[in-house]
Write a protein that binds this ligand. Structure first.
Ligand SMILES: [Zn+2]
Length: 387
């Protein structure tokens, strides 16, 4: 049943229990295949994370543009094993689907990228530009020792280095292969607000200070605040409270402290600094003026990025999808953060195109086998246009 190189490689990768950030030898398999095909392969190991950088230059006098195929070998934990129809680390084919943890996110598209690239350089050994790979094992985890660190190293080593295009194999499709590509992401900003009051007996409120009463009006204002209207490519900035801590489990005690955690997803129209200033202003308007009343700490986990719709990579991806599937993809910026944010910092055009994302991170994750040969054709069509 594993009758194509893509299927064989996908199954081999799924059988490795590479729960983030443990690569479990996946990258050795890919490195060997790429090396045999003439790629120059450089592994980067940072603490617990394995990374792979590989390049193929067809014509030494023409190393540009650089098209980097990017992805990850790590997967999220399988969850409750008894709920899986098949062992999540024993790739199983049933009714045209390949089941296993990481099938859709993103071992199949990684296999398609590698096999397509190998076949492309075999057919076009003197292609222009550089076909590169950046593969990591910590995309699903803290993302500290992966793509970000490799890129920092490459750009520090050679200030003239450039990656013009990054094609990431993350599962972007919604109900049909190629119906959606990701061309950007919102930024992610997390806040933790703590309000200090004075603990006391509910019967003697004059001797206490209820921190929830201090903050409640400001909380309502945060929730109803309109940060921006978004634009044609991005939805409006949104705020969600995620964690509230208040109460001591007794109905006769006014608690002395209130804390709330929240997260904002914001577009490039907005900045983290501006959002933080808005919070400080609302607190001040509610008589919460100084750190003696409250503390507010922030963590910026991702800046927003956006590849303009008319850029060369997007046009090439759109043309390839239309040529192979007959559909025109939607350009989307929705979803959680991805490693694309790290490329975007260096002026790289970033597009994510991969299989359906309906089962990612779920029990019984699977990928449609017929889509993989289509995806291979789409990737190959893109290489032909760019290189
Ligand atoms: Zn992924």
């Amino acid at each position: 049943m594993l009758n194509t190189p893509v299927l064989k490689l996908t199954a081999e990768l799924i059988s490795k229990k590479s729960i983030t950030p443990d690569d479990q030898g996946c990258q050795t398999i890919l490195a060997n295949l790429l090396e045999q095909a003439g790629f120059t392969v450089t592994p980067f190991i940072f603490e617990d994370t394995h990374n792979l950088w590989a390049t193929h230059v067809g014509t030494p006098s023409q190393p540009e543009p650089v098209l980097c195929l990017a992805g990850h070998t790590d997967v999220v934990p399988p969850g409750e094993l008894s709920q899986w129809e098949y062992d999540p680390f024993e790739p199983t084919i049933k009714n045209g689907f390949l089941y296993g943890r990481g099938a859709a996110d993103m071992k199949a598209s990684l296999a398609v990228q590698v096999i397509s690239a190998i076949e492309f350089v075999k057919q076009h050994p003197k292609h222009i530009g550089t076909l590169a790979f950046l593969i990591t094992s910590d995309e699903e985890g803290h993302a500290k020792n992966g793509t970000q660190k490799v890129l920092t190293y490459l750009f520090e080593k050679n200030p003239n280095f450039k990656i013009h295009y990054a094609l990431i194999g993350e599962p972007s499709s919604v109900s049909q292969l190629g119906d959606t590509i990701k061309i950007g992401r919102r930024g992610s900003l997390t806040g933790l607000l703590t309000v200090q009051g004075i603990q006391g007996h509910v019967a003697y409120p004059q001797r206490a200070l209820n921190p929830f009463h201090l903050i409640s009006r400001a909380l309502t204002e945060f929730i109803s605040y309109s940060f921006d209207q978004g634009n044609q490519d991005f939805p409006p900035t949104s705020l969600q409270f995620t964690d509230i801590n208040f109460g001591l489990g007794a109905d006769n005690v006014i608690p002395g402290k209130f804390s709330a955690g929240f997260n904002l997803r914001f577009s490039p129209m907005q900045t983290a600094d501006n959002i933080q200033a808005i919070f400080t202003q609302i607190l001040a308007q509610n008589n919460l003026l100084t750190p003696e009343h409250y503390t507010l700490t922030w963590r910026l986990s991702g800046l927003p990025f956006h590849t303009p719709p008319q850029s060369k990579l997007i046009l090439a991806v759109q043309a390839a999808i239309q040529h192979i599937t007959g559909i025109m993809p939607i350009l989307s910026t929705s979803g959680g953060t991805s490693d694309g944010r790290f490329f975007a910092l260096y002026g790289t055009e970033v597009v994510e195109l991969g299989p359906l994302n309906d089962t990612i991170h779920k029990i019984n994750e699977r990928v449609n086998i017929a889509e993989l040969s289509q995806l291979q054709k789409i990737y190959t069509h893109i290489f032909n246009q760019v290189l």
